[in-house]
Write a protein that binds this ligand. Structure first.
Ligand code: ADP
Length: 499
């Protein structure tokens, strides 16, 4: 009985009803407008300095470097035209100690990775020439030009001292110079800007790039005459510019977000307390930790794993969001996969895992009951669905803001999405589309907009390409995997168009 009550309470706390979602979206729209008006707003709405649209016919060879939350990725990109490209890439892991080391050391490491990549792939630059590089740097930056900006704050677990208010592109250029490398940092961009550009190269009516990975963020196409704070040199009111929204910081003052005590705990344990609250309710870095906090609370209240001895789940970040995907995907009658995940999480969490053999550790916890596992699955579903619905809220806000301005009211809009959460979390994509439809139904301004979907949503890009055309204004959301490669190359290309 107590268990039922506890689950019912969680369902109430984590379910975002349509009216609430609409209220959050309305506030989101208001914050977007405020961010476009002046600096220092919660949604920063950073003008990316990227202007003009892509047609898929662009060509050239570029290098790109991407500092993500988990990996550093170097890519060489050959744009072939007709929306086609050839890429070669290598990933380098960023160890935790590098994420907090002196900034200069981090950039030395990045330059050394590019150096060895160029050696390995025999990338030779003529002696009097330089190769242009697009640098994807997915942390809040105040963009000052297409290839410079200043870091506002670190996010996603980074906190290298000596970087805030400095220009990451200049740090990188200096690191290349010290090694005598013939590379020019031509563009500094956020990964969602890259996602938007990479998607637009294949689907020219793209208006939004969305990131759902370690963190979350979005970029979209805006008309400069709707950016009151833009004081740049563009006189043509019809000119369009990509805005890097930095929407992870939305409502950090907690006016509308339904923050629970579990969210609060996650925030308290994070390196950027009080910031990026919206991101912390959505992104891959945090969903597992929210779930873990709920489970710990249930364990402490003796409502979960009561038949097991010495159960604890107290190691912070022990439950990776990838585990949630396995639990969501578990359709076995006894929830065997969930059992396996729990064994792994509980083993790595408890002291026993360190002190004793993993076999003994397993013996202590093998007794989770089916009821336990069902509760865990419900909890995971609640956290995942809330995240997807909040992501949809942001997409709906952007679409409403740009309808008839940046996207064609004859045909509709394309959205490119990147990030493991979107690609790998089983129900995430569908939950977003369901919520989008729900929000559109309530908005008179969005009547006639059709959310296009397939049964096997997002499984494979090729399959998504085979979507049947529907009637009305189509909104199509599709995976776009190479924002930080192809997108960054396209950004470097656009940079040379304007300079
Ligand atoms: P990044 O955002 O750093 O460029 P990703 O898009 O791969 O990289 O996102 C990494 C995040 O995705 C991590 O926080 C991780 O927990 C989460 N993640 C990894 N695999 C899965 C999965 N199978 N299901 C859900 N989330 C996952």
């Amino acid at each position: 009985e107590k268990q039922k009550q506890a689950v019912a309470d969680l369902i109430r706390e984590f379910t975002l009803l349509p009216t609430k979602l609409k209220a959050i979206k309305d506030h989101f729209l208001q914050e977007m407008r405020k961010g476009l008006e002046k600096e220092g707003q919660t949604i920063a709405m950073v003008p990316s300095h990227v202007v003009g649209r892509l047609y898929g016919s662009e060509i050239g060879v570029y290098l790109t470097l991407d500092l993500g939350g988990t990996f550093l990725r170097v890519v060489s990109v050959e744009l072939l035209g007709q929306g086609r490209m050839r890429t070669v890439q290598k990933k380098y892991r960023i160890h935790d100690e590098r994420k907090v080391s002196e900034a200069k050391l981090l950039f030395e490491y990045m330059a050394s990775c590019v150096d060895s990549f160029m050696d390995e792939h025999a990338i030779i630059v003529p002696s009097d020439a330089e190769i242009e590089l697009g640098f994807t740097f997915s942390y809040p930056v105040l963009q000052t030009a297409i290839n410079s900006g200043t870091l506002i704050a670190w996010t996603k677990g980074f906190s290298c001292p000596g970087m805030v208010h400095k220009d990451p592109a200049a740090f990188l250029q200096d690191a290349f110079r010290r090694r005598n490398m013939p590379i020019r940092v031509a563009a500094l961009l956020n990964d969602t800007v890259g996602t938007l550009l990479a998607h637009a190269y294949r689907h020219p009516r793209t208006v939004i790039g969305l990131g759902l990975g370690t963190g979350t963020n979005g970029a979209y196409i805006e008309r400069v005459d709707r950016i009151p704070k833009w004081k740049g040199p563009l006189s043509n009111k019809e000119t369009e510019m990509v805005i890097n929204m930095e929407f992870g910081a939305f409502d950090s003052e907690l006016l509308v977000l339904p923050v629970t005590m579990y969210d609060h705990k996650v925030d308290q344990k994070s390196p950027n307390k009080g910031q990026q609250i919206f991101e912390k309710m959505i992104a891959g870095m945090y969903l597992g930790e929210i779930t873990r906090n709920i489970l710990v609370d249930l364990i402490d209240r003796r409502l979960l794993f009561t038949s097991c001895m010495n159960i604890e789940m107290n190691r912070v970040w022990a439950l990776d969001t990838a585990y949630m995907s396995s639990i969501e995907a578990d359709s076995t009658p006894n929830l065997d996969d969930t059992q396996r995940v729990l064994e792994r999480v509980l083993c790595s969490s408890s002291k026993a895992a360190v002190d004793e053999s993993s076999k003994e550790c397993r013996a202590t916890i093998v007794t989770t009951t089916l009821v336990d596992r069902k509760i865990v699955k419900v909890v995971v579903g609640l956290v995942g669905q809330r995240a997807a619905r909040l992501s949809a809220m942001a997409v709906a806000g952007i679409l409403e803001h740009t309808k008839g301005v940046a996207w064609c009211t004859e045909t509709g809009a394309d959205i490119g999405v990147d990030g493991s959460l979107f690609m790998l979390y089983p129900s995430f994509g569908c939950d977003i589309l369901d919520a989008l439809e729900e929000i559109f139904e309530q908005e008179s301004g969005m009547k006639g907009v059709v959310v296009v979907r397939t049964d096997e949503a997002f499984e494979m890009m090729d399959m998504c390409e085979q979507l049947q055309r529907s009637r009305g204004l189509e909104v199509r959301m599709r995976p776009c995997v190479d924002g930080s490669g192809v997108g960054a190359a396209l950004c470097a290309l656009l940079a040379t168009r304007i300079t």
